[in-house]
Design a protein around this ligand. Structure first.
Ligand code: MG
Length: 450
């Protein structure tokens, strides 16, 4: 039989008009249109299986992100589907090792996120071919094979391959019991839906109370635009949820270091659980200073941390209490494996960033693997949950009683419905074409009224 090859790498700019509802609004991002620079790997295997994945962006620039993914096409076109699925790390190394494209990073920004999309599409295809969800594929894998998926370059001073194998071997102890527990109980979640900056106080209080009624034990509020507003909103949320529910606050990089300390301490009476992204994601020593200045409030960051090397330094500098991986910010599953291993070694809990479009769908696989076969615990660990745009995915998340249920469908849960792609492709999908026609009509009406 002929070897099945990757025959097409389709790249699609997909956007959702979320800015119109102020969902997702925070102090730095007042009007995001949640978007996906989406990639589909097709093969000639004749089994109908495709690898789907994407980079999450918030609107303008999604075309730039899509162009970066397209620039990687030649590295995967024509490659054996079986070979890449048996070793997704080989794809990570090939993409990351492109010496000309590397100039655009290295290992950071648009190009690195593009690598993550292609690598994640390979994992989706590999898991579909294996008939298992990605979390299970990872949890069942041999420690040596998993360690081979990690690029230890630049992190060996903090974590050697031998240490990684030892952590993964230890993670195998009791994995079967934990897998059974995961399948019945799910994995703890917290919700950000009540706390967007664009919500009225009334909506905040209503959604916060609803979150507790729905079984969540942690919610999150966006802060950082106006201190008096933040105190008022946090007080209202605290009154609505009571003292036993954790409330995290998220500044989305709004502050300088001293300001972060001052502002967080001004909120301390209302018992915020963690302060997220207090300052620039690149400021390791700044995060360490904030952490010293706001204790016992915890410091969390990660959704904009660009690679494993930055995470390594945040851990080495004791700059964070909570590490927030993101499924599409770094170089895909392979680099997130490195980051999960670093966090396990340093004993820092991982509470993934999610929301956006599709991030909840993807990142649950990584936390579930971590629970079943790496750290073996969910203590002080929660995955972010935001309740929108899930309807566009073929294997959407289900959250019951404040817990993500474990996905059982083969793949990475990253595939959107064909109808959603057709409607939201930018700018020519049916939604955007109709929207442009409406805007055009409104403009012409304005013209005749003048
Ligand atoms: Mg955040």
């Amino acid at each position: 039989m002929a070897v099945a090859r990757i025959t097409d790498v389709d790249v699609i700019d997909i956007r959702f008009p979320t800015s119109r509802e102020l969902d997702g609004s925070d102090a730095m991002n007042p009007d995001p249109d949640y978007s996906a620079a989406y990639v589909i790997l097709r093969t000639d295997a004749g089994d109908g299986l495709e690898g789907h994945a994407f980079t999450f962006t918030i609107g303008r620039g999604n075309d730039v992100q899509a162009a970066a993914i397209a620039a990687l096409r030649h590295h995967v076109l024509g490659r054996s589907a079986e070979a890449v699925c048996a070793d997704p790390g080989s794809v990570f190394r090939a993409l990351n090792g492109d010496s000309q494209l590397r100039w655009l990073g290295p290992e950071k920004g648009v190009m690195h996120m593009a690598i993550g999309a292609v690598v994640n599409a390979v994992w989706d295809l590999a898991a579909k071919r294996a008939g298992r969800p990605v979390w299970k594929l990872l949890a069942d894998a041999e420690p040596e094979w998993l360690a081979d998926q990690v690029d230890f370059r630049y992190i060996e001073d903090a974590l050697t391959r031998e240490e990684a194998v030892a952590l993964l071997r230890k993670g195998k102890d009791g994995a079967a019991e934990r897998e059974a527990r995961l399948l019945t109980h799910g994995y703890p979640a917290y919700t950000t839906s009540p706390g967007w900056l664009g919500h009225s106080d009334e909506k905040l209080v209503r959604l916060a109370a609803q979150a507790v009624a729905d079984g969540f034990t942690q919610i999150k509020l966006k802060v950082g635009a106006d201190l008096a507003d933040d105190i008022r909103r946090l007080r209202a949320a605290r009154a609505a949820v009571g003292p036993g529910v954790r409330i995290a606050v998220d500044a989305n990089q709004r502050w300088n270091v001293a300001e972060a300390v001052e502002w967080t301490n001004a909120l301390a009476d209302l018992d915020p659980y963690w302060v997220e992204e207090p300052t620039s994601p690149d400021d390791i020593l700044g995060h360490a200073a904030v952490r010293r200045g706001v204790a016992p409030v915890r410091v969390a960051t990660g959704e904009h941390v660009q690679n494993r090397i930055m995470f390594k330094q945040l851990l080495q500098a004791e700059a964070i209490d909570v590490l927030q991986i993101d499924a599409t910010r770094v170089g895909g599953v392979n680099e997130n494996l490195a980051i999960l291993l670093l966090a396990a070694k340093y004993g820092v809990p991982v509470c993934p960033h999610a929301g956006g479009v599709g991030l909840c769908e993807l990142v649950r696989h990584l936390s579930m693997f971590d629970y079943v076969a790496l750290t073996g615990t969910t203590e002080d660990r929660v995955i972010e949950y935001v309740d929108h745009l899930h309807e566009h995915f073929r294997d959407p998340v289900t959250v019951v009683n404040g817990h993500y249920l474990a996905p059982t469908a083969p793949g990475f849960s990253s595939e959107m419905h064909a109808a959603s792609i057709a409607a939201h492709r930018y700018p020519d999908g049916s939604f955007w074409a109709a929207d442009a026609a409406d805007a055009d009509l409104a403009e012409r009406r304005k013209g005749t009224n003048r």
